[in-house]
Design a protein around this ligand. Structure first.
Ligand SMILES: [Zn+2]
Length: 223
């Protein structure tokens, strides 16, 4: 399918979804609206990211047929809306290390990225059990078997853990065919379970395990 040929239909794909931005909340079938109640000149990022083919676009313009800039009115909901299968599920996870730290900025960036279901907790990196992380990983892991792609979205990779912890989690996600997406930080981007980031993390895990083995064997050798 040619990108240029498909572009004219892009807005229909976007409008198959309700806009998740609370300030807009345009229902399916209607274009996005501005704070001043006009038809926005482009769709909100959080909305077009719900369409897998458009998720990587920087912007999706509102077509002339929707009269961008004119007074916004609600249009009839397309009959197909809601019936269209969701091909891709994006689940979010947010974590703050202490009860006093706020989760707001992480939750905002996840909402902005079009994540509709977020698991969050305030718990230290040193905690051995992180119930919400376990819950989202468990939920995500069961989805690909239904033929739906799933991505776990976090603000930064540190939210998932560091070193061996992160590497082990990546192994677990890869095993159940769950992708990872980081909105910021060194690993920023969307990573396929068969992609490079998972390969690097797996290699890191091997290396850490090897170092661990060397250390314990050196311990037995002694000085
Ligand atoms: Zn909108």
């Amino acid at each position: 399918m040619k990108r240029s040929g498909a572009a004219s239909d892009d807005f229909k794909r976007v409008e198959a979804h309700d806009c998740p931005m609370s300030t807009c909340a345009a229902p399916a079938g209607s274009p996005c609206r501005t704070g001043k109640g006009k038809v926005a000149i482009q769709y909100h990022t959080a909305r077009f990211r719900l369409v897998p083919q458009l998720a990587k676009m920087f912007s999706v313009p509102t077509p002339a047929v929707r009269k961008p800039g004119s007074v916004w009115t609600e249009l009839p909901r397309p009959v197909s809306a809601g019936a269209e299968p969701v091909g891709h599920v994006r689940l979010g996870y947010a974590r703050a290390s202490t009860p006093r730290q706020s989760l707001d900025s992480q939750l905002d960036s996840l909402a902005e990225a079009g994540v509709t279901r977020v698991f969050s907790e305030k718990i230290s990196t040193r905690a051995t059990k992180r119930p919400e992380l376990e819950a989202v990983v468990k939920l995500a892991g069961g989805i690909p078997s239904c033929g739906v792609a799933v991505t776990l979205v976090v603000h930064e990779h540190k939210r998932l853990g560091r070193g061996i912890e992160l590497a082990m989690l990546a192994e677990e996600l890869k095993a159940s065919d769950v992708g990872l997406e980081f909105l910021a930080g060194e690993l920023k981007g969307s990573h396929d379970p068969s992609g490079i980031v998972f390969t690097v993390l797996a290699a890191m895990l091997m290396r850490i395990l090897e170092i661990g083995q060397c250390r314990s064997s050196l311990h037995f050798v002694g000085p």
